[in-house]
Write a protein that binds this ligand. Structure first.
Ligand code: GLN
Length: 514
């Protein structure tokens, strides 16, 4: 327990709840998340300086939707409602919430009243991130409207006297340009916090804790060569040295030349760790034959990973711990981040089989966002090229091939992806993009090549910018680059006759296709 001043985030199932907590902590104010199910008694007992209601997937006006005792607004503690939280506050206090005539997703221009304590020093016209189907049609009595958009007449409301504030948009995501300032305003101007809390070094704390937990036991680390598992491996290597063995699985769903690259980095003596590379390509192709449903594909891949790790652990002998580079967005999207909905099962979280033959699964990065993981990697002394690599999903190209996976389709995506990456590098765009790849849409269409009719596949190109991977925007790629890539792909990759560019952000799409 801490004696510091505290802000309480009440979880109604939003995707960004940890981000809210992180932003508050970045203001040097201690912050905890509790489920709405804990109820008003738990809130009262915590005696916070402020309360934040999160977003959530439900609609407040439907029966059985998450709710709260309206007495929470009478505790004399400031409350900020975000999205679902804002709608709930209005609904409970006598306003009217209903399905919006126009849904809003993504960047939206919001006009704010800068006289509001929430919007102090904020630009009157400011870009905010929206993700909602419902809206506040009429605010509750006693509330003044302090922001609006073209489609949303009530984008923020407040009752200054009672210290109740509500915003329809998400100030916690970085795409809300002045969101940090707004949360800072709430925490300092409205709640009156002084900022008496400081985060200690995550790396040091974790290394000590891991050493204690593992003792002289043996550890197996599931290494994909991506940023997360590499950082987890480095952390474990620092904690327990050569009690650690890293296992890399080639599941036949890797990017072109990736197996060779990972083996060179981790098996090549640059790192002092025991490293094993398992060729499981055929095994995965057999298991995935005929499977089309994305969640089923993810579960099969997740299960096979664990079975391979168990086999390798048996060969080493006496391995108690399996380490995974799970990070926070994996946890939330798998529907395990409190009250949030399943978006997709990450192989290392929701995709785990029911029975796992290890004493314990250790996930040192489970509470971190991507940018924080990269920072931890730097503190651990990993080379920058590794730390700044773009993410690659554990299930690999299987989630970039819509529908059934076959070795032929894998080869098509690998080749198209290699061309896309090569041309992006040539154009010097790498540093501006957070993630970019090619996917196979599984859609076939008619084309004409060399005067002959073709009936072939369409490749989708994707490139996004984001900081924390919780929200993302489709990147503006110069047309000339897209043209070069398109003509190279249709010329060089067999059975592709069409190339599409994905213009969708997250939300409403996710970054990967499945
Ligand atoms: N489900 C509600 C809506 O669609 C709230 C969404 C949210 O909190 N992001 O409006």
């Amino acid at each position: 327990m801490t004696n510091n001043e505290k802000v309480l985030v009440v979880d109604f199932g939003g995707q960004y709840n940890q981000l809210i907590a992180r932003r508050v902590r970045e203001c040097n104010v201690y912050c905890e998340i509790i489920s709405y199910r804990a109820g008003i008694e738990a809130i009262r007992a915590a005696a916070p300086k402020g309360i934040i209601f999160t977003g959530g997937p439900n609609s407040v006006y439907l029966e059985d939707s998450p709710t709260m005792d309206p007495a929470v607004f009478e505790l004399g503690i400031p409350v900020l409602g975000i999205c679902y939280g804002s709608q709930l506050m209005m609904h409970l206090l006598g306003g009217h919430v209903c399905r919006a005539p126009e849904r809003e997703y993504g960047k939206t221009l919001v006009h704010v009243d800068t006289k509001s304590p929430m919007f102090q020093d904020v630009n009157p016209d400011t870009i905010c991130w929206m993700s909602h189907n419902d809206y506040i049609e009429t605010p509750a009595p006693g509330f003044a409207v302090t922001a609006y958009t073209d489609n949303c007449p009530v984008a923020a409301v407040e009752n200054q006297e009672k210290n109740l504030y509500a915003v329809q948009f998400h100030p916690e995501v970085l795409h809300t340009q002045e969101g940090k300032k707004m949360l800072h305003n709430f925490v300092y101007e409205v709640c009156g916090c002084k900022g008496d809390w400081k985060m200690d070094s995550f790396v040091e704390r974790s290394v000590t804790a891991l050493r204690e937990k593992i003792g002289d036991g043996k550890v197996l680390c599931a290494l994909s060569g991506g940023v997360d598992s590499s950082v987890a491996a480095a952390m474990l290597s620092k904690a327990v040295g050569n009690q650690l063995t890293c296992v890399f699985v080639d599941h036949g769903l890797l990017r072109k030349n990736e197996m060779e690259q990972v083996c060179e980095i981790f098996g090549g003596g640059e790192f002092e760790m025991n490293f094993i590379c398992v060729d499981a390509r055929q095994r995965y192709y057999d298991k995935l034959a005929g499977v089309e449903e994305p969640e089923k594909k993810r579960k099969i891949i997740g299960e096979e990973f664990v079975r391979i790790f168990e086999e390798e652990a048996k060969k080493i002998g006496r391995v108690d711990f399996l380490v995974q580079g799970t990070i926070y967005p994996d946890v939330v999207e798998s529907g395990l981040g409190g009250e949030s909905t399943v978006i997709k099962s990450h192989h290392n979280v929701g995709g785990l089989p029911d029975y796992v033959d290890f004493k314990e699964i250790v996930e040192p990065l489970r509470d971190l966002f991507k940018d924080e993981v990269r920072q931890a990697g730097r503190e651990l002394g990993l080379p920058e090229y590794l730390v700044s690599r773009q993410p690659f999903p554990g299930p690999g190209l299987a989630v970039r091939i819509i529908g059934e996976v076959t070795p032929e389709k894998v080869a098509m995506v690998q080749d198209a992806d290699a061309i896309w990456r090569e041309e992006i590098a040539k154009a010097g765009l790498e540093g501006q993009l957070s993630q970019y790849f090619a996917a196979l849409t599984n859609m076939r269409s008619v084309g004409v090549m060399g005067d002959e009719r073709t009936y072939d596949y369409a490749i989708a190109l994707r490139a996004v910018t984001t900081v924390d991977f919780m929200t993302a925007e489709s990147a503006e790629i110069p047309w000339s680059v897209l043209q070069t890539v398109t003509s190279r792909i249709v010329n060089e990759v067999k059975h592709v006759n069409r190339v599409l560019y994905d213009c969708t952000g997250k939300p409403p799409a996710t970054i990967e296709f499945e």
